[in-house]
Design a protein around this ligand. Structure first.
Ligand code: GLU
Ligand code: ZN
Length: 291
């Protein structure tokens, strides 16, 4: 079971469609379902209309998902249950640190609030105590990854001060709830994986396999995003765009595929999907392939 989990912060750009396509091909080649989840918990960042745009865009590129679209915002009670579960394991503590204190602290949270009283009326986030041992996993493309959560990440937030469930926790609850066992996502989330493995372990969840695919970067080496020059993909150019994405996925699509209907492009791509061609690759540049 695979999934694609975009945040509704804007229309899909080439980078997000690249991830969508890779996870789609991976799921379909393994005859698995491909689920669509909208990561809409970070409400201040949600953009009105973005969901509909994302759904339409995936459809016009032939990336049809299985079942109903899943929205994180429908599952708030399940995230709260996970918080209660973590609390019963005594691994959470309230953090009252102000934004300015954190801004002046080193990148890794130094644990100011770890030893303070366990209950407070002041506004607080909830952090999880991280263990001082190395967490190891094997990424299908990036190989063996080993990180010490305490030294390299520090105690991280599972529920924000504004009451919003943090991505790390929501993601593991969602993947478990949806029985996702193959995660294909962008390289920028590689660093989140040890945190997610730790939460899965605390909550007694299954751990899926992980494949972190490269990020598409522009001329200056910046990840494509709305902040850079990433434009929304054009659904009227679906065939050539899919062809470009397959090229960027190092799949060497035959030239005559470029002008065939999208269903035949996808059919070819599923049959020939060889993700190992991206092994150890962290970024790919869209430049030299641009039509
Ligand atoms: N919503 C996340 C993003 O757009 C993806 C989460 C995931 O695939 O784990 O970056
Ligand atoms: Zn604190």
């Amino acid at each position: 079971m695979g999934r694609f989990a975009p945040s509704p912060t804007g229309p899909l750009h080439l980078g997000s469609l690249y991830t969508a396509l890779a996870s789609y091909l991976d799921a379909r080649q393994h005859k698995g379902l491909w689920l669509l989840r909208i990561d809409d918990l970070d409400t201040p960042r949600n953009m009105p209309g973005a969901c509909a745009e994302i759904l339409n865009c995936l459809q016009s590129f032939g990336l049809h998902w299985d079942g109903e679209v899943d929205y994180q915002s429908y599952h708030l009670d399940q995230y709260e249950q996970a918080i209660v579960e973590l609390q019963s394991r005594h691994v959470l503590y309230p953090c009252t640190c102000s934004r300015s204190l954190l801004a002046n602290s080193p990148l890794i949270y130094p644990g100011h609030c770890r030893t303070k009283a366990q209950s407070t009326n002041a506004p607080h986030s909830l952090r999880v105590k991280t263990p001082n041992i190395s967490t190891r996993f094997v990424d299908k493309l990036q190989g063996e990854i080993s990180q010490n959560l305490a030294n390299e990440h520090g105690d991280f937030v599972v529920k924000r001060k504004d009451g919003i469930i943090a991505y790390q926790l929501a993601c593991v609850v969602d993947d478990q709830r949806q029985s996702v066992n193959r995660v294909v996502r962008g390289y920028d989330l590689l660093d989140s994986t040890p945190k997610q493995l730790y939460l899965q372990q605390l909550l007694g969840y299954q751990t899926p396999s992980y494949m972190h695919i490269p990020l598409i970067v522009d001329q200056e080496g910046n990840k494509l995003s709305k902040q850079t020059r990433a434009e929304a993909v054009n659904p009227h150019q679906a065939g050539p765009t899919l062809f470009l994405l397959l090229t960027l996925l190092q799949q060497n699509p035959p030239l005559d595929l470029r002008m065939t209907p999208i269903d035949s492009i996808l059919e070819w791509a599923i049959a020939h999907w060889q993700p190992e061609r991206l092994a150890k690759t962290q970024t790919v540049s869209d430049l030299k392939h641009q039509q």
